[in-house]
Write a protein of this length. Sequence first.
Length: 401
Amino acid sequence: MLGLYVHVPFCSSICNYCNFNRGLFDAALKARYVDALLREIRQAGLKACTAFGDGEWAGVWQAGPTRTDAVRTLRSAQADTIFFGGGTPSLLEPAEIEQIIAACLESFNVAADCEVTLEANPETVTEQRLLAFRAAGVNRISFGVQSFRDDELRRLSRLHGSARARDAYEEARRAGFDNISLDLMMWLPAQRLDDWLESIDVAIALGPDHLSLYLLEVYANAPLKDEMARSQWSQAPDEDAADMYLAAMERLDAAAYHQYEISNVARPGRESRHNLKYWSDGEWLGFGCGAHSTRDGIRWKNVSATEDYVDHIVRGEPVAIDLRRLSAGERLGDALFTGLRLTAGVSLDVVRQRYDVEVWQRYGADLEPFIENGCLGRDGERLWLTRRGMLLANEVMAVFV
Ligand code: SF4
């Protein structure tokens, strides 16, 4: 089943650490962008229809389908997730979200129990808006909380405070959402272990269905870097970052959350179905500026700049760039690299069936030291990173690159 990703590149203000594809909210541009998204999704539905079954998807993509082809092939591609990511997708109006979901339903064979996620910033929602998003078809909300401490949120130049984040969560529950995820960030400027665990404890007390824990990366050109130097805010030493990760995971274990990926924990059955496609060798189509897609062993990316994307769509030009067929080696490397992010690890049997490769024969000599030092586990047909190994994931995964 495909995952459908919809990128919404607008934000109310630009956070000082942000490296995503986003820009300041502009109502006129947003209206044109939503129109462009609807057109791109509908066209992709036709392409997916025509390609279904023949595997020659790249050719279809480049040449463009004809309506006759689409009508002749009545089966359409199946999808079971829609994910609105950004940017700040919750800046769209519920009616716009509803139109985009409707375009997906028209264009693809969408499963009745489709997971429909909306990333939301706490300051952009009210109970009324959340009710309207739910009525529009959203059934999972992912709040960009980042921290439950006001001092940390101010250092990150976030627009919301801790109280707004808690209120947004309660509003979402009252609006009927039974699948809520919270994003938190660790290793923040001036944050120490106890500060970080305070956010974890608040999150556990709220009881979301899913939590994502990210490590802050301070990019060389991020305004935050200068602010940190000016204000003498330092990040904790590397070994403390490791302690932050391990201590948080231990508390989440004790609170009956199940870690299923390096950075993600969930209540049973509440794992992100959409994100699992990225880690389990799945396929997805991305819509909107800068969105990435992978299907039938072909990978491509849309043009990045918002205006540029809209102009391409208006002129009827393809927005896909960097379209290329992945080599067998790249596909195998990706499957192992992303699969090891999951606590369930990689099934060597599945890899053998899909890629005709004996993983242990090919990589065993390089992987053996990681088994010996407790970073990697191996049990017959399964290979996985231990929690200690997750701290050194890049070193282990370098074996496959
Ligand atoms: S809200 Fe998110 S996407 Fe927007 S600027 Fe801040 S970090 Fe970046």
